[in-house]
Design a protein around this ligand. Structure first.
Ligand SMILES: [Zn+2]
Ligand SMILES: [Zn+2]
Length: 1004
């Protein structure tokens, strides 16, 4: 026999409530624990007792219970786990010969069997008065069996809670309260077999009479005496018997008694008493219906006398405001076997007087006549109101609530409450505001943050900022004082600004006084500091391709590429600041100073509109294609890059940009690699921007060179229709990137004769200077019959002939563009006049019906503290290579959150558009565009809406470009070179998308 596979060591009473003869005896038997593992078994038994003592109601029954452990050494550890049930094949020689994999006709792995005759024999020997036993199996695989007088369970997982649930079945005859057998979608468990009312105490059909009807009052429910008068009956029904009942509890507590549909493996018709009881969820406490049943079973074993218990250990009111009241509820029950008279007393030592707010004079009887055995009573405890004197910020009150039990043991519940006076507590940071180095003429902002750390009883914080000194100003007001309130536990930011005068090197200090209603931060002086520095100029060399192909058309009839190049250079020249440097270089098959290819040596742009540098560039442009930009010859991009780099060596600015405009792919003479090495060796660093004009592609080496120098490479494709003004836009973006400006919206418009319209461009307090640019298709009628004006958000109108009202505002008009250059705010006395949408009005003054069509685009850009950085990374240029986009919005140099999802419109090489989603991650917005099956340029038109500190939503936009190159000649499958075939592939892909109803949005 298996008694040979080990030996019984002996038994120990681990929960001792008196003689075994009087008590209910629970025996735990060790199985599969070797002689060296008896301490493990002992620990497991202690866990079980811990769970008994931790169950709020069940612990009240423990005076009637003894728990014993029987130490038994097995020869082997564990238990049998037969392979026939997908077990690991373990065969262990254990005392009770236990095993997984029981059942007939189908063996279930988790169902266990053991030698129950032997177990009963051991119990008889060791604890003669035993009532119930559990064989505790040393295995971490979940398994067990119950139902009889001896249950078996492995020590897997939360085994002790499981064991107490099993005890609910085996010792007290309780039913499972969970409403499914295996899962909620199963068949055959919607309704129980229509039969009698179940005999178990904790489930009911809640039906009376015939035909069956549902119980609608407490008195019709078998545990109705435990349902509170306020609780609806039925409490929760299952609207869909094909599924489990909803996981929502209409009552406050999971163990509050009601009538809940769904119990004992059925979704409907069987009802349970509580939302969650241990008989449904094993780690929860027993509900009182189950406790009442357990009490009835254990009553013969209970000691004489009343035994009153509470379902809480203490009464903690937490934080309460002066003058407020709070209520706590708890329940008491008599789990003894004799009637008990109960009185409730509060006793709080020397501060007894403060007990009055608890609303319970000492000695109040709470249950008339007391509690019969098993009876439940509800207690409501109210505290307050207690008014604290103004000198006392808070007071902690502690004491006891005593449930005095006549003839039994009192229950003592500690009482706790902390009463607070409402308060405001100012937390101000930083201690000083340092604006750092600010370029002359520019405005910098700094933030002071006031947090009102009120705590549980909030009071608004009054703040008064005044006595502002130095060349500093509050952003919110033109006066030098500011008054506001910060609500409790909230934050308010105060922005100050500093405008650097045109005297670099000067240092400025100032301060202001901050008075708050917080007595602990009554007055604070905030020092202010700033230094004016020279603005950061940018030296640019524009390197223009004049190879023969530049005379070609743009895609828009009658427009030539070289003209567009001239327009773009002209606009770039307009937007320069006086201290910026500009040079112009040309290239075709060659580019060298000796051949006269330096058209304009590096010079300061000079004052607007006719500074020396600007004039020099424009005099070259004015000659058009008849002058030195006359298209001829082939293309050597490398030579142009080299000459541009050499010209920049004469510069003085720390920021240096080489802007190469090319329409060719061929390369002659000096190689691009050589030019890249030369550019990378320069100090200060030079950045290469390369624009492939009218091209679908640029050489990969040019793209690499741009990327490695920190610049960018873009291709325009045809500059027609929606992209007519793209080249100008790209040039504006390049200059803006170099000089730390931001691009605003840039809508595209068309106006017939006699029509006018406006485009919206938004600016905010973060913007220091704005350019409102109108680029247009030049012709005999325009700019002659083109009229523009700006309407400010405040409603005021800026016209070219009212500029004197707006000091510092300038107006530039050229052959293909015009520009309003506006310092913000335009009128210093109206600091908020520019916050919001500007209307950039354009009128076509040619005759209605017979005039010329005006094609134009509005570009806004701002020198701003709100920026949208961005880049596009491509790991390859073959069709299908993903294009990764990262956008980084920043506000005052700190990552900023966008208001709504960033809008990215992707223009595919064939002109179709798609929208793209970006994902937020640590201040960066990323996305990958993978539908790059077409060869050619891809444009990503990105716009982000960001709310500025003053609450103005503004848009920042950015163009990013990617390109897919055709397969290299002589490589890859022959057929892939046939452009018609690639087109066919694209067409069939689009056809497939259409069939899947996934047609790309925005198709025209
Ligand atoms: Zn169960
Ligand atoms: Zn229950």
């Amino acid at each position: 026999m298996s008694r040979d596979n080990g030996r019984v060591v002996g038994s120990t009473r681990i929960l001792n409530n008196g003689s075994n003869a009087a008590r209910f005896n629970i025996v735990l038997l060790a199985e599969g624990f070797t002689d060296g593992q008896q301490d493990d078994f002992n620990e497991r038994c202690d866990e079980f007792v811990g769970v008994l003592q931790g169950d709020p109601w069940f612990r009240g029954l423990l005076p009637g219970i003894n728990v014993h452990r029987v130490n038994i050494e097995s020869d082997d550890a564990g238990t049998d786990d037969p392979e026939s049930c997908d077990g690991d094949g373990t065969e262990a020689d254990t005392f009770f010969d236990s095993s997984f994999c029981t059942g007939f006709p189908v063996a279930i792995r988790r169902l266990m069997h053991f030698d129950s005759w032997l177990a009963a024999e051991v119990c008889d020997d060791e604890v003669a008065e035993w009532d119930i036993a559990i064989v505790v199996v040393n295995s971490s695989t979940l398994g067990g069996a119950g139902g009889g007088r001896i249950a078996i369970a492995t020590v897997a997982g939360d085994w002790a809670n499981t064991a107490l649930h099993e005890l609910g079945h085996s010792a007290f005859g309780l039913a499972d309260e969970y409403p499914y057998w295996d899962n909620c979608g199963e068949e055959g468990h919607d309704h129980p077999f229509p039969g009698l009312e179940p005999w178990e105490a904790n489930i009911t059909r809640a039906q009376h009479g015939f035909p069956p009807s549902l119980a609608e009052t407490r008195s019709q429910v078998k545990w109705g005496h435990l349902i509170d008068a306020d609780t609806p009956v039925p409490t929760a029904r299952n609207p869909d018997c094909g599924d489990c009942p909803p996981e929502s509890n209409p009552l406050d507590a999971a163990d509050e008694i009601g009538l809940f549909e769904g119990a004992q493996y059925h979704h409907c018709d069987l009802f349970r008493p509580a939302f969650k009881c241990r008989m449904r969820v094993q780690a929860r406490p027993f509900c009182f219906v189950c406790i009442e049943r357990a009490h009835a079973v254990l009553r013969p074993h209970l000691p004489d006398g009343p035994h009153v218990v509470a379902d809480v250990d203490e009464l903690d009111f937490g934080d309460l405001c002066s003058g407020a009241t709070a209520t706590l509820r708890f329940r008491i029950a008599n789990l003894g076997d004799v009637f008990g008279e109960v009185a409730l007393e509060s006793s709080i030592g020397e501060v007894t007087a403060e007990l009055q707010p608890f609303g319970m004079p000492p000695g109040t009887l709470i249950a008339e006549g007391g509690l019969v055995p098993g009876q439940l009573a509800r207690v409501t405890v109210t505290f307050g109101p207690l008014d604290l004197p103004s000198t006392v910020p808070q007071r902690e009150i502690a004491g006891d609530l005593r449930v005095r039990v006549d003839g039994g043991t009192d229950v003592v519940l500690p009482l706790r409450v902390t009463v607070h006076r409402p308060r405001a507590a100012a937390d101000i940071s930083p201690a000083e505001l340092d604006f750092g180095d600010v370029a002359a003429g520019l405005t910098m902002y700094r933030r002071l943050r006031l947090r009102n750390n009120s705590g549980p009883c909030p009071l608004a914080l009054d703040v008064y900022a005044h006595e502002l000194t130095g060349p500093f100003a509050f952003v919110d007001t033109i006066s030098d004082e500011l008054e506001f309130q910060v609500p409790g536990n909230q934050t308010r930011d105060v922005y100050l600004k500093f405008t650097a005068p045109d005297e670099p090197g000067a240092e400025f200090t100032g301060e202001f006084r901050l008075v708050t209603s917080d007595p602990n931060a009554a007055e604070r002086v905030v020092p202010l500091r700033a230094r004016a520095v020279a603005p950061v100029p940018v030296d640019s060399v524009l390197v223009i391709d004049r190879s023969g192909s530049m005379s070609g058309e743009t895609g828009e009839e009658g427009q030539h590429k070289i003209d567009h190049a001239i327009f773009a250079v002209d606009l770039y020249t307009s937007l320069l600041r006086g201290t910026d440097g500009i040079a112009l270089v040309r290239f075709n098959a060659h580019s060298s100073a000796g051949d006269g290819d330096v058209l304009v040596p590096l010079a300061a742009a000079g004052p607007e509109p006719d500074g020396a540098g600007r004039q020099a560039v424009r005099s070259v442009l004015a000659q058009g294609t008849a002058g030195p930009l006359h298209p001829s010859g082939s293309t050597s991009i490398g030579a142009g890059m080299l000459l541009g780099s050499a010209v920049l060596e004469d510069g003085t600015a720390t920021r240096r940009a080489i802007v190469v405009l090319t329409d060719g792919r061929e390369n002659e003479g000096a190689t691009i690699e050589e030019a890249k090495a030369e550019i990378l060796s320069q100090v200060p660093a030079q950045r290469l921007y390369s624009v492939g004009f009218g091209l679908d592609q640029l050489m990969a080496s040019v793209v690499a060179a741009a990327s490695e120098t920190g610049g960018s490479a873009l291709v325009t494709g045809d500059v027609a229709a929606a992209k007519e003004f793209l080249l100008q836009k790209l040039f504006v973006q390049i200059l803006s990137d170099e000089a730390d400006w931001s691009m605003l919206e840039d809508p595209i418009r068309q106006l017939e004769g006699g029509e006018s319209g406006f485009s919206l461009v938004r600016t905010a307090e973060t913007d220091l200077f704005a350019d409102f640019i109108v680029t247009f298709r030049e012709g005999p009628s325009f700019p002659k019959y083109l009229r523009t004006w700006l309407k400010m958000p405040s409603g005021a109108v800026i016209l070219p002939d009212t500029l004197e009202d707006y000091p510092g505002t300038r107006y530039v008009v050229r052959g293909s563009h015009l520009c309003y250059r506006v310092p913000l705010p335009p009128v210093p006395e109206q600091p908020s006049a520019h916050l919001g949408p500007w209307e950039v009005w354009v009128a076509n003054d040619t005759r209605p019906g017979e005039g010329a069509t005006l094609h134009y685009s509005v570009i806004g850009r701002a020198f701003s503290n709100l920026r949208l950085g961005g880049r596009l990374v491509q790991r390859g240029f073959a069709a299908g290579a993903p294009m990764e986009i990262t956008l980084s919005p920043t506000l005052y140099g700190v990552p900023a959150a966008v208001e709504e999802p960033i809008r990215v419109r992707v223009i595919l090489p064939d002109g179709h558009t798609q929208n793209m989603q970006l994902h937020d991650g640590a201040g960066l917005y990323r996305g990958t565009f993978a539908e790059t099956h077409q060869v050619g340029p891809y444009h990503f038109d990105c716009a982000a809406v960001i709310r500025t500190p003053s609450g103005v939503p503004v848009t920042r936009s950015r163009y990013l470009g990617g390109m897919i190159l055709p397969p290299p000649k002589g490589k890859g499958p022959e057929r892939a070179r046939d452009p018609r075939l690639s087109e066919l592939l694209v067409q069939s892909l689009l056809e497939a998308l259409r069939r899947l109803r996934l047609e790309p949005p925005g198709r025209r």
